[in-house]
Write a protein that binds this ligand. Structure first.
Ligand code: NAD
Ligand code: ZN
Length: 357
């Protein structure tokens, strides 16, 4: 057996108000005449956070349009514009949810790698380090702040630039930044973490490394979505650490059925990651009985709407496309159902599951 040797993020700062240290953190990374690029979730346009960004010299703030989840064409356009305008940059700092953080990772890589980001969708295809990159989450749950991938929708597939050059050099975990997230969005993204944990803890790939982080993340999710009467600052603190630990847990394990099925939805219908996982999880009693029961309790307790009937007007061709995408996620299925997963998850069975959504 060969054990995977993981590249981790470089530096981590955690704490309420730690965003205020950003200027100091970035100072040693600045190169003469090469600006820092702040890629900021468009939600923050005109919000007070923008005035707190430590802009110096020719630094630039770009508001990231995350109406849709990141596409390779968007990454390429951003990287191309920056190269045209500045030649090179000192770094790319992503401030936002999973979408913005993934965009920042990908743009930083594409500043130094030739061609299109679509050429690097896969495992270990990136050969040259990108420019310095930092991630600052404003939503908690995806684990994108610690992961070695960046999920992109390309011309033919939805797949990350998964490589040793992908993890951030620095992350700034300031729970204050997640304070104003809308209740539904906070839940969907938080459930991404919860579902990651269930899938990895119940998966066949699990080892003690992943279990240790996964159990902690699961407990933190429960603290905030099951045990707390009202949302407070403590919940933001905890969910941010749940996301971090959940991301660390995935390093050695894998996600499972909810993610594999939800990828099909997102590819065909553009369903966003967090909500897509929730739509699927709602119907997975057969695979994760205890997790689904608790999930439904959390939905009710937090008064969240989970859409239903999203597949009802689809054609046979649509279903086939979704199933192709989903069944293509082999490691996810193998983690969930074991080596013989293909005998268990037949096309008929998967079709019946999509029909229920
Ligand atoms: P998101 O980044 O797509 O943002 C969702 C919405 O929340 C957007 O409208 C955004 O503007 C808004 N928003 C963000 N922060 C806010 C705040 N503080 N207050 C108010 N609104 C705010 O959502 P997400 O769930 O964090 O990320 C999903 C993305 O992450 C998907 O593209 C998915 O593929 C990716 N992902 C990546 C990894 C990874 O390892 N790289 C893992 C899981 C998911
Ligand atoms: Zn996920």
């Amino acid at each position: 057996m060969k054990f995977r040797n993981f590249k981790m993020i470089g530096y981590v700062v955690y704490g309420r108000g730690s965003f205020n240290q950003l200027d100091e953190i970035l100072a040693p990374q600045r190169k003469a005449d090469a600006p820092m690029i702040f890629l900021v979730d468009h939600y923050f346009t005109g919000k007070p956070l923008v005035d707190r960004i430590p802009v110096r010299g020719n630094d630039k703030i770009i508001f990231a349009d995350v109406t849709y989840e990141p596409k390779t064409t968007y990454v390429d356009t951003l990287a191309h514009q920056l190269k045209e305008e500045f030649g090179t940059v000192s770094g790319v700092i992503g401030i936002g949810g999973g979408s913005t953080m993934d965009l920042a990772k990908a743009v930083a890589l594409m500043m130094n790698n030739p061609g299109s980001s679509a050429d690097y969708q896969g495992w270990d295809l990136v050969k040259v380090p990108g420019v310095y990159k930092a991630g600052i989450p404003t939503l908690s749950g995806t684990g994108a702040e610690v992961s070695r991938t960046t999920v992109l929708t390309g011309p033919t597939k939805k797949l990350g630039m998964n490589s040793d050059f992908t993890p951030f050099d620095q992350i700034v975990l300031d729970p204050e930044l997640t304070k104003d997230a809308p209740v539904n969005q906070r839940f969907y993204t938080g459930m991404d973490c919860y579902i990651h944990c269930i899938e990895s803890l119940e998966g066949t790939y699990l080892n003690e490394f992943s279990k240790s982080y996964g159990e902690k993340a699961l407990q933190l999710c429960r603290d905030v979505f099951v045990n707390k009467a009202e949302w407070d600052d403590d919940c933001d603190d905890k969910l941010m650490m749940a996301s971090y630990a959940g991301g660390m847990s995935i390093a050695y394990s894998q996600v499972g059925v909810a993610h594999a099925v939800s990828y099909g939805l997102s590819y065909l219908l553009g369903t966003k990651h967090g909500i897509g996982n929730c739509i699927v999880m709602n119907h997975l009693e057969e695979y994760y009985p205890a997790g689904v029961k608790e999930f439904k309790y959390m939905v009710e307790k937090n008064k969240i709407d989970i859409p239903t009937g999203i597949c009802k007007n689809l054609t046979e061709e649509d279903f086939n496309k979704m199933m192709d995408v989903s069944l293509g996620m082999k490691p996810l299925w193998e983690n969930a159902l074991g080596k013989d997963w293909e005998q268990i998850m037949t096309r008929e069975k998967l079709r019946a599951l999509y029909d229920k959504l």
